[in-house]
Design a protein around this ligand. Structure first.
Ligand SMILES: [Zn+2]
Length: 403
């Protein structure tokens, strides 16, 4: 661990680590559930200290970690493989292409990284309860990481949350509370709960260490590529994974370890496009009717809208949208050409790459591109099931088979 302080991404005020917990006390005053977060805090490290100790041949990611290792949960998270996918690369006009397979995290999604760090922070603070509002991967991730510790998970879910999404969290032993209303109602209640009754709130971007946790995916991409990739394709819902991947390269850059940032290509589902429109027009408005099958990125009001837009601008990146049909086709293409089965939200990043490569903004063949596959395809088999045919059974005789 390296000494750090928090800096407000809106007003720039700095705070020591134990002076604040969630949002900037000044800018956060104007925040209310139902609008993008204001006063999101960023961990700013002693980059000279990192530079002095960092060894690129054997990177110690604890130097970039804001919680001391003795508080880390025992469940190993991250260090997922980066697969080179040559069959896909040539198809889309690239010499090299990689997929970061984060569906291989313990609960099957990148969100384990954020939960790992928030649970570590709870252990440091001596708090025995972590609270979240979620309908899926974030809650499963929190429940899994808590299951490896003495810390309890309390999860508020909207009453209409799909049953399949609840199985993991219940099996991991979390307390699951269905709430009448929407995700926004569950989110608001979780904030009211931690304010009135205690516990540490893990809501994404609201707790600044969720961004720091997701940052580790970017650090690993840099190390596994052996250099800064030219472009990283990230599916975008609330914008926190995008912000986390960007923060990885910002930290490496501030520490003098790299000399440029990768372009971030944020890909949204067409019906859940609030961040894309914000980046294109500079004017924020909620997504009108998010109905995408890529449920992990189906968001009306992205919590990290401002941070995501900043990440796109600072990295000279861009955003685009894809249809559900393009997402599910990309999911099938990735599975059949690389052996990686990612959930629709993860395949959204590849759908974006395919669309970009077919446009006049295509990356040159020499570009080194990475697709971040954020979750495991086994989490939601219903989506692809609607598009494939399972063959009928045959009699168990060779003659029953076609010649
Ligand atoms: Zn502020």
């Amino acid at each position: 661990m390296t000494p750090f302080s928090y800096r407000c991404t809106d007003c720039g005020r700095q705070y020591s680590r134990d002076q604040v917990r969630y949002l900037c006390p000044e800018c956060g005053k104007a925040y209310r559930p139902g609008i993008p977060l204001l006063g999101v805090l960023e961990a700013v490290f002693d980059y000279e200290a990192i530079r002095a100790q960092f060894n690129a041949a054997r990177p110690d990611w604890n130097l970039f970690c804001p919680v001391e290792p003795q508080f880390h949960p025992p469940l190993p998270v991250g260090n997922t493989p980066l697969a080179r996918v040559d069959r896909l690369a040539s198809e889309y006009g690239l010499d090299r292409l990689w997929v970061k397979n984060d569906g291989l995290n313990p609960s099957g999604s990148l969100k384990d990284r954020a939960s790992f760090l928030v649970v570590a922070e709870a252990a440091r603070l001596g708090i025995d309860l972590v609270v979240a509002a979620s309908t899926g991967n974030a809650a499963s991730a929190l429940a899994a990481v808590c299951a490896s510790t003495d810390i309890k998970a309390l999860i508020f879910v909207p009453e209409k949350a799909p049953k399949a999404k609840l199985v993991q969290m219940v099996l991991y032993g979390a307390t699951v509370i269905p709430v009448k209303g929407t995700y926004d109602d569950a989110f608001r209640l979780s904030l009211e709960y931690t304010e009135a009754r205690g516990g540490l709130n893990r809501n994404t971007a609201y707790h600044p260490l969720t961004i720091e946790g997701k940052k580790t995916a970017g650090l690993e991409i840099w190390a596994q590529c052996g250099q800064v990739p030219d472009a990283i394709f990230v599916s975008v819902g609330d914008g926190v994974i995008l912000g986390g991947v960007h923060k990885a390269f910002v930290d490496l850059h501030r520490a003098g370890i790299i000399d440029r940032l990768p372009r971030l290509i944020g890909v949204q589902a067409e019906s859940s496009d609030a961040i894309h429109r914000f980046c294109e027009t500079g004017v924020y408005a909620d997504a009108a009717n998010p109905t995408t099958r890529a449920d992990s990125i189906s968001v009306t009001c992205p919590s990290n809208a401002y941070g995501a837009r900043r990440a796109i601008q600072e990295s000279a990146g861009l955003t685009l949208t894809v249809t559900d049909d393009e997402i599910l086709r990309a999911q099938a293409t990735l599975a059949a050409r690389s052996g990686i089965f990612t959930e629709p939200a993860g395949a959204t990043a590849l759908a974006g790459l395919i669309k970009l490569q077919q446009s006049n903004r295509a990356l040159p063949a020499s570009a080194r591109a990475v697709i971040l596959a954020t979750g495991n395809g086994l989490k939601d088999v219903e989506a692809p099931l609607s598009r494939i045919a399972i063959p009928p059974a045959i009699e168990a005789r060779l003659e029953s088979l076609p010649q």
